[in-house]
Design a protein around this ligand. Structure first.
Ligand code: KG4
Ligand code: ZN
Length: 335
């Protein structure tokens, strides 16, 4: 009899459920909340309410697609944090109640580790140790990954996350939320070297993105004063130039991390790993023979429960379960 685990992800604005059977993903249902778009960002209270509405149908569909029923499950996994606390509470309470009702263990998963472990869903999988640039809407981390549980943060952002920067600059350019994917699409065919924006040079392997945001803001204000149609007339070049600056900032630190650690196996993870510029830059780095790179399939870049299920499969095998008293956490406290 196979071991089936149901995993639930509700850390932000995606309600997602997946089933893993003996280490193989059998279903991955993702329901993206559309309502936030008109507000230009995720409204936490709205996200929690939407999760409450979506969670049951999403879980039902995940079980159906995996062709199993509740009584086949061996454990229930959920995203414990980091994320929006109200949103996390919906998924964690649901998962813990279900595990209690079924008399099976629950497994609380760290969202950032799950992004990294998405690389183990399908071959080729990276060998340990490897470096992972984990880039999402809320985080920007350079990690040394030694095992599914052991990940050392080598560098992190001191202010905005890179996904957040894509989104905030997208907003300045009048793009809908989330700006990252739209900016990526509109920048194709644009000239990435037309406009130059400053790249912060932080000590060590840390990042900073708030300077780029401010520089773009002042630049746009000045240009729009001279020509009110500046943005629409130069949109492709603006998007390409912003993307180049953000991606280059990430790549400089990644190359520095390779040089400092001597680890030549590198991966990217998280929502921003869907970015075409970042994916191309990592491919080029591999072509120079500098490293072997691992780029996740698009389905597993942005938030999804399959990555939570994958992380839970490792935890299940090591017998590391989460007590019902444990609470979700909004922030990662360790470095
Ligand atoms: O991992 P994720 O789905 O959620 C968080 O854990 O935050 O990441 C969402 C972030 C958003 O900031 C979104 O704009 C960004 O990932 N993103 C992209 C692209 N696709 C998603 N940024 C740049 N280019 C993309 N193609
Ligand atoms: Zn995420």
């Amino acid at each position: 009899m196979a071991t089936f685990i149901l995993a639930i992800e509700t850390s932000c604005d995606e309600t997602s459920a997946a089933v893993i059977g003996d280490g193989k993903i059998l279903s991955n249902v993702v329901s993206t909340q559309a309502d936030h778009s008109k507000y230009g960002g995720v409204i936490p209270e709205l996200a929690s309410r939407e999760h409450l509405k979506n969670i049951l149908p999403v879980v039902k569909q995940a079980l159906e697609e995996a062709k199993i029923i509740k009584s086949n499950l061996s454990a229930i996994a959920y995203t414990q944090g980091p994320g929006l606390i109200g949103a996390l509470l919906v998924g964690s309470t649901f998962a813990q109640a279900l595990s209690l009702a079924l008399g099976i263990p629950s497994i609380g998963i760290d969202h950032m580790k799950a992004h990294v472990l998405a690389h183990f869903i399908r071959p080729p999988v990276p060998d340990y140790p490897f470096l992972c640039l984990t880039v999402s809407g809320g985080h920007t981390q350079l990690l040394r990954v030694d095992s599914p549980e052991q990940m050392l943060v080598l560098g992190t952002t001191q202010d905005d996350a890179v996904g957040e920067s894509f989104d905030k600059i997208g907003k300045m350019l009048g793009l809908p939320y989330p700006g990252g994917p739209v900016l990526d699409r509109l920048g194709r065919g644009g000239d990435p070297h037309r406009f130059k924006f400053p790249m912060a040079n932080m000590p060590g392997l840390d990042f900073s993105f708030s300077g780029v945001k401010t520089a773009v803001k002042y630049f746009l204000n000045k240009e729009i004063k001279a020509n009110p149609s500046f943005v629409s007339e130069n949109l492709a070049d603006l998007c390409a130039s912003v993307q180049f600056c953000l991606v280059e900032t990430l790549m400089i630190k990644l190359q520095q991390a390779i040089a400092e650690t001597g680890i030549r196996t590198v991966a990217i993870a998280g929502g921003v790993s869907a970015n075409s510029g970042l994916r191309a830059a990592l491919n080029s780095l591999q072509e120079t023979g500098f490293c072997t790179s691992y780029i996740p399939e698009l389905e597993y870049c942005t938030d999804n429960a399959a990555m939570v299920a994958m992380a839970a499969w490792f935890r299940y095998q090591s017998g590391s379960f989460t007590s019902l008293e444990e609470l979700p956490y909004a922030r990662q406290t360790h470095r």
